[in-house]
Structure formats: C-alpha cells, structure tokens
Design a protein around this ligand. Structure first.
Ligand SMILES: *Cc1c(COP(=O)(O)O)cnc(C)c1O
Length: 400
C-alpha cells in the first residue's frame, strides 16, 4: 500500500471512510421541516451515559436505540398527541397493527371485550383469528350503543368503538359509553380514522385510547401505511410496555411523510367535506338511490350526535341502491366510473369507489333485506366533473 492512502494522523482510507463527513460544518438557517433521522445504533459518550439513558427510557422519552424511536418518529408522535389531545402516542406499521396492539395491550386470557357492530371489518375478523384462540371473549353491541348496559360482564375490561362507523357512519354517544364503561372498571378504545383528530376527538369525549389509520387522511396521498395509538396518561403504560416488548416501530422515512401530510390535514378535510356534501345532495335526488349515508345529512340517524360531537365531516359518502337492483347492474355502475378509482382504502387526495358488503360487515344489524351499498371517497377534484362521472355510472347501471 502506498503512503498516499493514509491521512496525516496516520489513519487508513478504510478507517477514514467510516468516520468522515458525519458533522459537516456550515453556517446559515434551518429547514422548515423536521430533519429525517434514520438510526438503529445510537452512540453514547460513556458507559455511564448509556446506563443512565437505558434506566430512564421506560418512563421518559429517550433516544437509545432505533426500535425505541428516532427524533423523526418522536416528532410525529408529538404531532399526533397534539391532534388527539393525548398524553403520548405510539406508531405502528399499519392501522390494523394499531388495532391488534390495542387488543394485545389491554386484554388478557379470561377477559371480555365489547366491540361495536360498526367496526372496520378486519378488526371484526380478529375475534376469530386472535381473540377466540387466546381465550378472550367478545360480544358485539349495536352500532348506536343501544342496549349495551345489558352486555357488560364482571370481566369486561374493554369497550372497543368506532364512531362514526365504517361504511355507513353510525354514531354512538361516546361520553355515555365511557361513563358506563368506567363505572364498571372497563376502558374505552375508539377507532378515530374517520375523524382523524380534526373532525372528531374521542379522548376529549371520554375515551381512554384513540387509534387512527394514518394511512388515510394524516398521510393524505395514498402512498404510506401507518397506524397511531394515542392514550390518556392513566392508560399509557400497558401500551408502551407491550410495544417495547414486541419491538414495535416504524420507518422514519414513513414518519416523515406522514408528518408532512399532516401540515395540510385540516385544509384538505375542509375541501373533502365541501365536495362530499355536494355529491351527497346530488345522490339524494337520484331515483336509483334508496338512502344516502353521511352523518352531516339531517336525516342521518346519528345527525344530532354528529352535530354535538363532530367539528365537520370528511370525503366519505355511501349510498344504498334500490333493493330491486341486481348485482350485475351495481358492477356496471362501478366499472363505468373513470374519475373514481376502484380500490381499497381512502383518505388520499383522489376519489375512490368501493362496493361494500354490509351483510358481512354487520352481525347485530340485519342488512339482508337492504339494497347494495356503494361507498364513495370524494376527493379534491372539481365536484362538477365528479357528478358527470357518477352520471355515466348511473347511465351504465340502467343500460342492462
Ligand atoms: C383503513 C382503516 C383501518 C386500517 O388501516 P390500514 O393502515 O389500512 O391497516 C383501520 N380502521 C379504519 C376505520 C379504517 O378505515
């Protein structure tokens, strides 16, 4: 080896490559956005400093190892805590992972959980795939909360709600539910994906735990998967400990994208709401439509609760076709749309359409005599263009 590969301090090129350029010197200002920090290993100046950080990290937030979070994921946690009015927040790779971890953190074998009939369908599926085999019993309660008093058992530890509910947006009286649950020693967890912390805030209404699929409105651009769970101070420890035990973390790149999406969350929701209301009113006048589902509509069964508890609505509008309309016609309607994309999920800037299977999605409420339900996510496109697209859909529906 020639001497030119060594620097004046006598270090070989391989050594210098491993240590150079880590703290570039510069002067000037700072960026608007939170820096993206990627890390697995975190370095300490001494054994004592490492020992002290590890001793305190259970209670306090500390940068100690990538799996425990990085400054970028901490920044998103704090932003979500602010949005939810929470003590602290943990992040998950998907919204469904957030749901699973709530059940894992607050229930143990022998416990009983009350779950709303209106929950996101994969949450319902956890009853057979996870709760049953682990000896945790689940009873579904009516989406509007009626009759729940009779369903509590001595070992009921958790009431799991989703308000407004998936697909047809049933409302329940969350403060009343929380009072009932707390007086019986149970906690209340709510799926807040619909409200996304802007239109609905479960913790302020008495829930102990609020979770969201940040995949939807928080990220807002249909290109990131993430879940969040935010809790009160009293409910924090079980979740935090279980997450650390299971090594739950997210990529800082994804956290950075969600944080960026959140800056326009409120502005986007206001536009989604305006466009969705236009579409909802237009649908109400269609002869093919038997019912329009959106809690901001006065004839929605939960409208009074929506007025009391929500700040606004979002881009979701579902409708029931007249019961006589056969499946092939529904399929023609969905396939004829060109601005409404056919695909799962929602909450991005673009419009989507999905054919909902209400018979599989509810067990307390009987949907067997009702017409097909179509869910629209109304995006940021001009409503006049969206209405023209829906008009094409109805033309195809009637052309059988
Ligand atoms: C989409 C959704 C989820 C799950 O989110 P993923 O990130 O897709 O796993 C959970 N709850 C509700 C209400 C949802 O709409």
């Amino acid at each position: 080896m020639s001497d030119s590969s060594k620097d004046p301090a006598g270090q070989a090129l391989d050594t210098r490559l491993a240590h150079t350029g880590k703290a570039p010197a510069y002067f000037g200002g700072s960026p608007v956005n939170t820096p993206l920090v990627r890390a697995s290993t975190v370095l300490f100046d001494s054994v004592a400093a490492m020992r002290e950080t590890r001793a305190r990290r259970g209670e306090e937030r500390a940068f100690s190892y990538g799996a425990r979070g990085t400054p970028t994921t901490f920044a998103l946690e704090d932003a979500v805590s602010e949005l939810e009015g929470a003590h602290r927040t943990r992040l998950f790779p998907t919204g469904l992972a957030a749901i699973g971890m709530v059940l894992l953190s607050y229930l143990k074998p022998g416990d009983h959980v009350l779950m709303s009939d209106s929950v996101y369908e994969p949450a319902r599926n956890l009853v057979h795939s996870f709760l049953d085999p682990y000896g945790i019993r689940c009873t579904f309660f009516a989406a509007d909360g009626s009759g729940i008093e009779e369903l509590f058992e001595p070992n009921t530890r958790l009431v799991y709600a989703e308000c407004p509910g998936s697909l047809v947006y049933e409302m329940c009286d969350l403060p009343k539910l929380a009072e009932l649950a707390h007086s019986r020693g149970a906690l209340v967890a709510a799926d807040n994906t619909w409200g996304s912390g802007v239109q609905y805030r479960p913790l302020a209404l008495g829930a102990d735990i609020s979770l969201m699929a940040a995949t939807k409105y928080l990220s807002g651009h249909s290109d990131v998967m993430m879940g969040t769970v935010a809790t009160t101070r009293e409910a924090w420890q079980p979740l935090n400990e279980r997450c650390d035990a299971f090594g739950m973390t997210v990529s800082p790149d994804d956290a950075w994208l969600v944080l960026r999406g959140m800056r326009t969350l409120s502005a986007r929701l206001q536009m989604h709401e305006r466009h969705a209301m236009e579409v909802a009113h237009w649908l109400e006048a269609r002869p093919e439509v038997a019912a329009v589902f959106c809690p901001a509509l006065p004839q929605h069964p939960g409208h009074e609760l929506w007025k009391r508890d929500c700040r606004g609505t979002n881009g979701l509008v579902s409708f029931e076709l007249q019961p006589g309309i056969e499946n092939a016609a529904v399929e023609r309607f969905v396939d004829a749309l060109s601005l409404f994309g056919r695909g799962a999920s929602w909450g991005g800037y673009e419009s989507l359409v999905a054919w909902a299977n209400m018979r599989a999605a509810r067990s307390v409420t009987d949907w067997s005599q009702r017409g097909a339900v179509v869910r629209l996510h109304v995006g940021l496109e001009a409503p006049s263009d969206l209405l023209r697209d829906l008009d094409c859909g109805f033309a195809a529906l009637g052309a059988g």
